[in-house]
Design a protein around this ligand. Sequence first.
Ligand code: ADP
Length: 244
Amino acid sequence: MSTETIRVESLSKRFSRERVLDGIDLTVDEGEFCVVVGPSGCGKSTLLKCIAGLEEFEDGDVYLRTRPAAELPVEERDIGFVFQEFEETLFPHKTVAENVAFGLEQQATDYDDAEVEGRIDDMLELLSIEETRDSRPSELSGGQQQRVEVARQFVRECDIMLLDDPLADLDYKLQKRMELEIRRLHERLGSTFIYVTHNQEQALTLADTLVVMNRGVIEQVGSPADVYSNPETAFVGRFVGDSN
Ligand code: ADP
């Protein structure tokens, strides 16, 4: 039996007069890797932020582990959020290890120093950036910086991970490598993922469940194979690639 971790019901959101989300219904089960794909500006980031409690919305409800999210203080939501703009989130004066440690400081844990160090090393190794441990972000490449940001969020082993197009600014080869790493992290943690991207190929590669969005609505939800071979709308056919 699958257990629901995230449920979004009839979620609508406007920015001034523009309706950015228009009646979104979405359920994500425990441990699922859900990918939301759609063109730039269709509302993917806003949806993630509404789920995380970083954005207000006018209508609808968000439930986390069947509890109304509105009743959960942000620190009890147990959500990690990886942003696309990693340059803005890393501390320039801290080393890589200190930046990752900051992820752990953000939550109440009873790890002793040795455990903290162990978890940091483990994460850096998983993401193949052990050798950058004592460097500052400015000494790293864009790909390495994004790995530090991923490590900082994943070290907390949150129950829910929200990733907002984290590989968009990386070159193709790096994207491919990091896709594998992110899948591996997902398997290792067993957390529930919602991963947002505008990149169809990445979406088809990563997803257990694919959610195709356009102009603030969900056009189709299904397995990548199903969405790819049986698009339910003309938009999905064009956007994901109609094999028929
Ligand atoms: P996506 O993640 O799919 O690229 P976004 O959720 O970022 O889409 O944006 C959806 C729409 O909402 C866009 O038209 C964008 O311009 C608008 N928008 C996003 N954030 C804001 C904001 N803080 N203020 C006003 N409009 C915004």
